[in-house]
Design a binder for this molecule. Sequence first.
Ligand SMILES: *Cc1c(COP(=O)(O)O)cnc(C)c1O
Length: 369
Amino acid sequence: MKIPFVDLKAQYLSIKNEIDNAVQSVINDTAFIGGKYVKQFENSFADLYKIKNCIGVANGTDAIYITLKMLGIGQGDEVITVANTWISTSETISQAGAKPVFVDINDKLYTIDEELIESKINSKTKAVIAVHLYGQVCNIEKIQTICKKHNLFLIEDCAQSHLSECNGKLAGTFGDAATFSFYPGKNLGAYGDAGCIITNDDALAEKIRMFANHGSIKKHIHEMEGINSRLDGMQAAILSAKLPHLTEWTNKRINNAKLYSQMLTDIGDVVTPQIRENSKHTFHLYVIRTKHRDALKEFLYSHKIETSIHYPVALPNLPAYSYLNIPPEDYKLTNIFQDEILSLPMYPELTSEQITFISEKIKKFFTTQ
Ligand SMILES: *Cc1c(COP(=O)(O)O)cnc(C)c1O
């Protein structure tokens, strides 16, 4: 039995007709850029989040960059985010002209340690980007309070947290704006690059829409210079076809995670994921920790089980950020955990047989060591 880390083909086959029809409709209508399929998806996604505006963009990275720019963040500003995240979260801060400031993670939940945020706030700080990593929400209510107190913008990076919830409220509805990625492997994935921004701020939404389309709402009238970052019709139609299945797929991920955690209890030094209280973790990734990570990864690979690491190098350790000279005590846990975390196969179509197989191999690794 070969078990891939993700299986996008399995999902396609389960809704093949819906996808094929969606793609064919876009071609029949030649609605490739803009048009009704984009509008339709933006409206459905906004309805799902009960939010006033959804603006489709080219990808989740652009979504963050555009949001920062349109909030007026730039040269001389600082933006606080977490040391353990995908580089999109921090590189877009630099792209906007500001400086990324990294905060360490919580030892059990792996999201930004909200207790450390205030120590990083100074007169240059303009915003916090809270990342709901792996599908786990951060302590967003506390972060919201901190941002209000210090008059900072709050942006939620929801690239890994479609439908995650904190106290019964959807992650992505706490900040000034939230950004989503629809990269194929994300919980809601397009068949190419895609992303969006949601916000209840109409003025901000209008600026975002303009900037993402060459600074223009009305053709040939450019209010400002912008960029070309549009969600295309094909991706929008595919996303609309997939959206009605998202709740079911999310529930399957949650069940898969439950099964993993049951089967991986008391095995060697394996630490299974904990879920924040009163929250819904949507398990974009199922991440365990062990001091024997590299050997375990290799062992699983020899049994045709693909795993991954999110992320193997803490952002402050990357050559790209060596210029910041961040002292290791500023990201102590991220630094330790980069060598211990392991992401196991996780997708809705993963079967209980496969989870049992993987868990048994992990058990075998620890008993034969
Ligand atoms: C995937 C991801 C992004 C970027 O999304 P793209 O669509 O690939 O540009 C941003 N932040 C996080 C945390 C991500 O996982």
